[in-house]
Design a protein around this ligand. Structure first.
Ligand SMILES: NC(=O)c1ccc[n+]([C@@H]2O[C@H](COP(=O)([O-])OP(=O)(O)OC[C@H]3O[C@@H](n4cnc5c(N)ncnc54)[C@H](O)[C@@H]3O)[C@@H](O)[C@H]2O)c1
Length: 351
């Protein structure tokens, strides 16, 4: 049955709304231009229980809960054998439990799919390697690696401790490196594969999540580096900035205008892992998905340039910089008041 619906490509004037900002996760409104409408979806694509990933082996970190779980289930539904990694920790990364990954393996098996659990901590090199080795040992290959695992430890920058900085950066950024490192060696040899990292609209900056924002910005640069370095081997690398109702987004104090469910994120990941995306040369991209919306983020580039005769002096810069290269207004800065008011009310509108 044909299930058509329209999508809109809305230009939202680059207001760059990002997640939460002051307390937790949230939206990632991105820039777009123009406006177009087209019908999509004929019921045979990802999420439809088709065979989009038939014969493939996919490893998903953080797959025990939230978005990672939805991604793992969707990959299995589309025909992939799945390595389900989850350390089974609390939102702040404590109290690991192995049952969290095992429960999703059971769900996949109950639905007729094949999956293997790895309850390791992917912020260690051994953990990342074990995720990849499990795919090879159990299923003989690895076609996709999706790094979803994440934690939050929120604190204003001037109060943030090393114990709040290190584990957040280690889980998100190093945890993407450990898996990408091991997976890319396999994919390079087999001359195919897809890497998917998870970033956030908060890579633009976040009031009380300097650790998280820094890690998420780092993931984008890691993904772009992987896209460049692996291009000649036929391996793609992309990042997803999701907005979905999970325990991580529940504490965002202001209502998120655009938010969906973890199941809304999964089809984009399935597509990024597919042969179709590779044939369509989708690599080095950052996509937001929030409910029915998908958006692509701009590649960073210089906006304007000015040249001195010889070198600039500080005084010449003071005289000329504002009227020449100027500045690029920071969208998040314009939302600080709104975010502070929402945080002060201690609301949980997205819970
Ligand atoms: N929910 C949102 O709106 C949103 C917005 C932007 C970005 N994200 C990102 O999406 C990803 C998934 O978030 P979620 O909302 O589903 O969170 P979640 O808390 O529901 O799930 C994260 C999972 O990662 C696991 N995990 C944590 N540390 C791990 C480690 N060291 N090794 C292996 N597993 C580990 C946890 O046990 C948990 O099951 C995260 O990277 C998050 O930063 C989410």
């Amino acid at each position: 049955m044909r299930n058509e619906r329209n999508i809109e490509n809305k230009g939202n004037e680059g207001d760059g709304r990002s997640e939460g900002g002051s307390r937790s996760e949230g939206t990632g409104r991105s820039e777009g231009t123009g406006r177009s409408e087209e019908g999509v979806g004929d019921g045979s694509g990802p999420g439809s229980g088709g065979r989009f990933l038939a014969g493939k082996v996919v490893a998903v970190t953080g797959a025990g809960r939230g978005i990672g779980r939805a991604v793992a289930l969707a990959c299995a539904q589309e025909g992939a054998k799945v390595v389900v990694n989850d350390y089974g920790v609390s939102v702040d990364g404590d109290e690991p439990r192995s049952e969290i990954a095992e429960a999703v393996v059971k769900e996949i098996a109950a639905a007729g799919g094949e999956a293997a659990a790895v309850a390791d901590d992917i912020s260690t090199m051994a953990g990342g390697q074990r995720v990849v080795d499990t795919a090879l040992d159990r299923y003989g290959r690895l076609d996709g690696a999706v790094c979803v695992a994440g934690i939050l430890r929120e604190r204003m920058l001037f109060n943030m401790t090393e114990e709040e900085w290190d584990p957040v950066v280690a889980t998100h950024l190093k945890g993407t490196f450990t898996v990408f490192r091991a997976a890319s060696a396999v994919m390079r040899a087999q001359r195919s594969g897809a890497l998917v990292g998870f970033t956030s609209g908060n890579h633009q900056g976040s009031v009380s999540q300097a650790n998280y924002a820094a890690a998420k910005g780092g993931i984008i640069s890691l993904v772009r580096s992987a896209a460049l370095g692996l291009y000649k081997y036929g391996v793609t690398a992309n990042a997803v900035a999701p907005v979905a109702r999970t325990r991580m987004s529940a504490n965002v104090p202001m209502e998120l205008a655009e938010i969906g469910e973890p199941e809304d994120v999964a089809p984009l990941v399935v597509y990024l892992l597919s042969d179709q995306a590779r044939q369509q040369e989708i690599t080095g991209q950052v996509y937001t998905v929030a409910g029915p919306k998908i958006a692509v983020w701009a590649q960073p580039r210089e906006l304007r340039a000015a040249y001195a005769e010889g070198s600039w002096t500080p005084q010449q810069l003071a005289d000329h910089l504002p009227g020449t290269v100027g500045r690029d207004p920071m969208p998040m800065l314009e939302r600080l008041k709104e975010m502070a008011e929402a945080a002060a009310r201690k609301d949980r509108p997205n819970a």
